[in-house]
Ligand binder design. Structure first.
Ligand code: NAD
Ligand code: TDX
Length: 331
């Protein structure tokens, strides 16, 4: 494998993946296909030796040509924000379902290896007092338009693998945080609120639990699965942070940044309560070990806070519009 096509490689996790590949597999050629929606940015790839093709994964002709040139495809491109999917689900259907279908048809035609990036949210949620964790065999039960379209795309990948022999793997990962994450998401929103002199905003009571993972740990797992994963398999990715609720995360951010109080704002409709991942298969089969393992996320949050402090020019231009959109919804 020496030429990888990375869809959505100008977004948060995709750009961090390209960065990781550039450092760890310097002999690989990387092509990024990205539409540069509000979430994708050319400057996320600054300084990297990757070719950026600006285009849509729903464009069958373009996708066919790029897939033909590559040895493998890592598919990150998606509409990714739950709150946006509650306002207008239609781009989620287009990109997450039709875009994945378009990619699968090209991968099938050219017999290329595919790794599909999915999410813990396809499994639905657990109640707060349920100690269970999601595994590769947990039944799908998505709650939001976002997670329903991600579940749909996973079903397509499995069907193409079984019906047409597409050489695919899938990973379902929990909530990521780290550098280059859009300020619409929970952790960067609160960090940049503090930096901008605004009050951090907690939805509802903040009892919800997300199994947070640093983006580098997620991407190390993706690279491992791409190179060593068993074809046709799904791997759950999670770093055992399912004891930290949103309230604790916001309090920790305030503490680490020396900020005052935070405020409770309108809750998200249909808010998933708890996600928890059991990544035993990935750890035992492929030997994956996360680097950020302290039980209170302190090291990862400190690194992330430092990045937003040092990169105000990156987030400042999109901060006001993001906050205005939240304010319109009482959040
Ligand atoms: P993001 O929103 O930051 O980036 C998505 C990227 O896809 C952007 O660069 C955007 O321009 C691009 N894109 C969107 N529609 C496109 C289209 N039609 N054609 C080409 N490019 C398009 O998202 P992210 O947080 O980096 O998530 C990446 C992937 O990881 C997604 O598939 C998401 O479902 C999955 N995931 C995310 C998380 C998380 O916590 N962020 C956790 C688990 C899984
Ligand atoms: O301002 C906020 N205040 C708040 O309390 C925001 C933006 C969020 N929240 C809460 C809602 C969630 O319980 O924080 C939690 C995390 O919210 P998001 O960052 O929006 O993430 P989530 O909805 O959990 O989904 C994320 O993880 C799974 C990613 O956005 C998805 O792409 C991924 O699939």
């Amino acid at each position: 494998m020496n030429h990888v096509l990375v869809t959505g490689g100008a977004g948060f996790i995709g750009a961090n993946f390209v960065r990781l590949v550039s450092a760890q597999r310097p002999d690989w050629t990387v092509t990024v296909l990205d539409k540069l929606t509000y979430a994708g940015r050319r400057d996320n790839l600054a300084g990297l030796d990757a070719r950026l093709v600006v285009g849509d994964i729903c464009d069958a002709e373009l996708v066919d040509e790029l897939v033909r040139e590559a040895d493998a495809v890592v598919h990150f491109a998606a509409e990714s924000h739950n709150d946006n999917s509650l306002r207008d689900p239609s781009p989620f259907l287009q990109t997450n379902v039709l875009g994945t279908f378009t990619l699968l048809e090209a991968v099938r035609r050219h017999d290329k290896r595919l790794h599909h990036i999915s999410t813990d949210e396809v499994y639905g949620d657990l109640s707060l007092d349920d100690p269970a964790r999601f595994t590769e065999t947990t039944a799908y039960n998505p709650s939001s338009p976002y997670s329903a379209t991600k579940a749909g795309s996973d079903h397509l990948v499995r069907a193409w693998a079984r019906s047409f022999g597409v050489r695919a793997t899938i990973s379902t990962c929990s909530n990521n945080y780290g550098p280059y994450q859009h300020v619409e998401k929970f952790i960067p929103r609160q960090i940049t609120n503090v930096l901008a002199g605004l009050t951090p905003k907690l939805y509802g009571t903040g009892e919800q639990v997300r199994d947070w993972i640093h983006v580098d740990d997620h991407n190390e797992a993706v690279l491992l699965i791409l190179e060593q994963g068993r074809i046709g398999e799904t791997y759950v990715i999670g770093a055992d942070n399912d004891h930290v609720n949103n309230k604790r995360v916001i309090e920790l951010i305030c503490e680490l940044m020396g900020a005052g109080d935070y405020e409770h704002v309108a809750d998200r409709p249909g808010h998933d309560q708890r996600y928890a991942m059991d990544s035993t298969k990935l750890r035992e089969e492929l030997g994956w070990v996360p680097k950020y393992t302290d039980t209170d996320m302190r090291a990862g949050l400190e690194q992330t806070i430092a990045w937003y402090r040092d990169n105000e020019a990156w987030w400042r231009p999109v901060k006001d519009a993001t906050e205005r959109a939240y304010a319109e919804r009482g959040q």
